[in-house]
Ligand binder design. Structure first.
Ligand SMILES: NC(=O)c1ccc[n+]([C@@H]2O[C@H](COP(=O)([O-])OP(=O)(O)OC[C@H]3O[C@@H](n4cnc5c(N)ncnc54)[C@H](OP(=O)(O)O)[C@@H]3O)[C@@H](O)[C@H]2O)c1
Length: 322
């Protein structure tokens, strides 16, 4: 073998090895129970209480239910007391666990000392930083947001500051007890620069980098920290889209994502969203950012808004809390 042959052979072997290992790591995601097993007492071993921000609806409500079903008492927080009370009643009746509600608006300034006061006596083992908001339901360019200054403050407060402040509040107790789990809900669209969702996607990139950095700092202290980045989940934020192979119900998404808690600093939380994330990152940005694609996205969401308004109206007419 001459030198050139040796170089090409070594290069080929290195490339095959690299992709082989990546493929192997990818295939582990198909078998979360086998590859990232959790003991039966995993959740309760973290502590007595789980705290879920934005816990009265959608993904947060599903986390609160799932954690109570796994033996945790839960604290749920959102702006609407009636919905919180209803969910607390349902969780209590279904699981027998204690539920505490805190009414707060995370888009406001200075809400955290009051929350800290209410949480100070609890042994908190799990924190789910779930609350998040879109600057506008219809995707649009940055300068087109209504009341731009107010919107920027609200989105940053809700999506970024709340995550950081809740970690600052709850992490010291976990550090002292040398155990705990923090789940920070990001979004699949943070995987690429996402025009028309720029502010929202960038706020979720912050959530991911913050989680991954924090995990590296605290993993030796027995604390697991993970960013969970779903794509479509049928909730109010997503216009209650019909569930299918890609758009999951909040309950299905959460039950799946809990199986990936030991899968590292970031997960898409379900196998279909893992595949979607991989596909999205494989498509050239030139294609994804093409005018026709963005226009199609905007038209699609506009159509969904009409559907969302109809669903909300019908729920209000039926007097249902969701
Ligand atoms: N659904 C999806 O397809 C999807 C995809 C990717 C990522 N996510 C992320 O998943 C998380 C949950 O989203 P979701 O779809 O479950 O949303 P959702 O159905 O709209 O529920 C949001 C929850 O947060 C509460 N909330 C909203 N704004 C709040 C505020 N300013 N202060 C306090 N509580 C507030 C809501 O209750 P009140 O309105 O009563 O306050 C509700 O309990 C978010 O971080 C979102 O970015 C969702």
């Amino acid at each position: 073998m001459d030198l050139m042959e040796l170089i090409f052979f070594s290069l080929g072997t290195a490339v095959a090895l690299y992709y082989g290992v990546r493929l192997l790591l990818f295939f582990r995601m198909f078998f979360p129970k086998l590859c990232f097993p959790l003991s039966k007492t995993f959740f309760t071993s973290m502590g007595e209480w789980a705290v879920v921000t934005g816990g009265s609806e959608g993904i947060g409500r599903a986390y609160a239910f799932a954690l109570a079903e796994r033996g945790m008492n839960v604290v749920i927080m959102s702006r609407t007391k009636a919905t919180l009370d209803q969910v607390a009643k349902e969780i209590g009746e279904t699981t027998g666990q204690k539920v505490k509600v805190i009414v707060t608006d995370f888009s406001d300034e200075n809400v955290f000392s009051e929350i800290e006061e209410q949480l100070k006596d609890l042994n908190i083992g799990i924190l789910v930083n779930n609350v998040g908001m879109l600057p506008s339901f219809i995707p649009c360019e940055f300068l087109e947001y209504k009341e731009l200054d107010k919107t920027i403050t609200k989105v940053i407060n809700c999506n970024v500051k709340t995550t950081v402040k809740m970690c600052k509040m709850i992490l010291p107790g976990m550090e002292n007890r040398r155990k705990g789990m923090i789940v920070n809900v990001s979004s699949g669209i943070a995987s690429i620069p996402f025009p028309l969702y720029t502010l929202y996607a960038a706020s979720k990139v912050f959530v991911e980098r913050f989680s991954q950095g924090l995990q590296a700092e605290y993993k030796d202290k027995g604390i697991l920290i993970q960013a969970v980045a779903p794509f479509g989940v049928s909730t109010r934020m997503a216009g209650y889209q019909q569930t299918n192979a890609v758009t999951l119900s909040p309950e299905d998404f959460v039950n799946s994502s809990l199986q990936y808690l030991r899968a590292g600093g970031k997960t898409y939380g379900s196998i279909c969203h893992i595949v979607l994330g991989w596909l999205l990152q494989s498509i050239p940005l030139k294609v994804l950012h093409a005018d026709s694609v963005l226009q199609g996205l905007q038209d699609y969401v506009k159509k969904k808004t009409i559907q969302k308004d109809l669903v909300s109206a019908s729920r209000m007419t039926n007097g249902k809390l969701f």
